[in-house]
Design a protein around this ligand. Sequence first.
Ligand code: GTP
Length: 191
Amino acid sequence: MPVDILKKRKIAVLGSRSVGKSSLILQYTENHFVDSYYPTIEATIPKTITYRGVEYECEIIDTAGQDEFSILNSKHAIGIHGFVLVYSVASRNSLEMVKIVYDKIIDFCGRASVPCVVVGAKLDLPNSSHVRQVATADAESLAKELNAAWIETSAKLNTNVSKVFELCLAEIEKSTGKGQSEPKPSTCLLM
Ligand SMILES: Nc1nc2c(ncn2[C@@H]2O[C@H](COP(=O)(O)OP(=O)(O)OP(=O)(O)O)[C@@H](O)[C@H]2O)c(=O)[nH]1
């Protein structure tokens, strides 16, 4: 009888400070939301995800918020199968940070592209022009440029939260080469 290969996937969640990375993960893994803000240092959360009838043993890596000057931690680039890049729909800067972080990952890994989902968080915030700073069309077009999936979510209302991780697994599977049984995690570019 064939022995099933345990499908292990590492997913890193990156983006600016306070965009809602931890809240997204907490809602997904523990089904609750907290209004208070506690800056993340770093955490790895195990989660078994069943997607299209297949069980994946995932490690979701929650990271401290990045800015344009932060250096990408090698742990958040090497050995990662898929990336969730989060911005807040109420922060234009945080969308710009998605592109900056993506470019840092690409530079680090020396690959033309990496499996990625761009996530617009805090969808529940009022849709008025003085709150919402990111038009869906702008975010969608950035995701297209990065060859990434895109979705808007609310961790507060649990909208589209599980879809984020399913999309990420779909992107990872898409990147698996023909004849390859398992996707290659990102590696470091040797200079
Ligand atoms: N309205 C609303 N607020 C949210 C949502 N998600 C997160 N928040 C709030 O935004 C703040 C920051 O959320 P975090 O999840 O800690 O953000 P983070 O990106 O992990 O922050 P860092 O650890 O600094 O990188 C908290 O006060 C959350 O309650 C959401 O979907 N809707």
